[in-house]
Design a protein around this ligand. Structure first.
Ligand code: ARG
Length: 269
């Protein structure tokens, strides 16, 4: 029998997909000729928000800005640990203006925002994991930003190199289950980074390529419930075996932009 997992109430920041679209291509999932059904995206997004609220979590929203179609991916705007906000500096010029409305939201909510000097895409590449912060590099966030984040948070930042362009952000290849464990897709990482993960997390939940390609690793866990893409069937079974409860939420319209559940969700810690 798996042990009983204890959920913790979370505070999430999200952005309604009113202006969501695929207008440029900055990752292999994006094809600007592909039609996006905005009303379907809105309905899918509402079902995610509904699932969070139904499980007792607080959801706050940033007002979407016309002309910033990727602003729905709230995770990329910052990473927040113990009320310290490490803002973003986007790799793509198309996304750079997103930092401003998010910084404004944080300031009006009473937070100071640190502006990184080097490219840094918030929780897309920084994944707080209990005593340390896991950090991806290879496609977007730089090593220099990892150093800045370690200095800013005063917590160990563990750099991991991503090698597969389909998994260009750390949060497409790995997610935190609770303070002690993670789930990940090993082949998304360089051999050395794979070894680091195996050393830190000998009991990790290992995902298949199919799980990863279904955005199964772009999941959000509250320590007990895992909000997960319904396509990640093997991973959902594995999570169940480990005592977690998968809560399927379909964000298929967002996959066209290379994003899923976690990308749409920033946790304010
Ligand atoms: N189109 C966006 C980009 O390529 C998707 C961002 C997905 N967000 C994430 N946290 N992985 O930047």
């Amino acid at each position: 029998m798996p042990e009983s997992r204890v959920p913790r109430r979370r505070r999430y920041l999200v952005c309604e997909p009113r202006h969501f679209a695929v207008q440029y291509a900055i990752n292999p999932w994006m094809r600007p000729d592909q039609h996006v059904d905005v009303s379907l995206a809105q309905a899918q997004w509402q079902s995610l928000i509904g699932a969070y609220r139904a499980h007792g979590h607080t959801v706050e929203t940033v007002e979407p800005v016309p002309g910033l179609p990727d602003m729905v991916f709230a995770a990329n705007a910052a990473v927040v640990v113990d009320g310290r906000v490490f803002g973003s500096l986007f790799h793509a010029p198309e996304r750079r203006p997103e930092s401003h409305p998010y910084d404004t939201w944080f300031k009006s909510a009473g937070y100071d925002v640190y502006r990184p000097e080097s490219v840094s895409e918030g929780e897309g590449d920084f994944v707080p994991a209990g005593r340390w912060v896991l950090a991806g590099t290879g496609f977007r966030t730089t090593r220099e930003a990892h150093r800045e984040a370690q200095e800013f948070f005063g917590a160990p930042v563990i750099g991991l190199t991503l090698v597969d362009p389909y998994f260009y952000h750390l949060d497409t290849a790995l997610f935190v289950l609770d303070d002690d464990n993670i789930a990940y897709y090993p082949e998304a990482f360089s051999p050395g980074s794979r070894e680091v993960l195996a050393r830190l997390y000998p009991d990790a939940v290992i995902a298949t390529r199919e799980d990863a390609m279904s955005f199964g690793l772009n999941s959000v866990s509250d320590g007990r419930h895992v909000f997960i893409s319904p396509g990640a069937t093997a991973l959902a079974e594995e999570l169940t075996r480990h005592g977690y409860i998968p809560v399927p939420v379909d964000l298929s319209e967002f996959h066209k932009a290379g994003g899923g559940i976690k990308c749409c969700t920033q946790e304010i810690r």
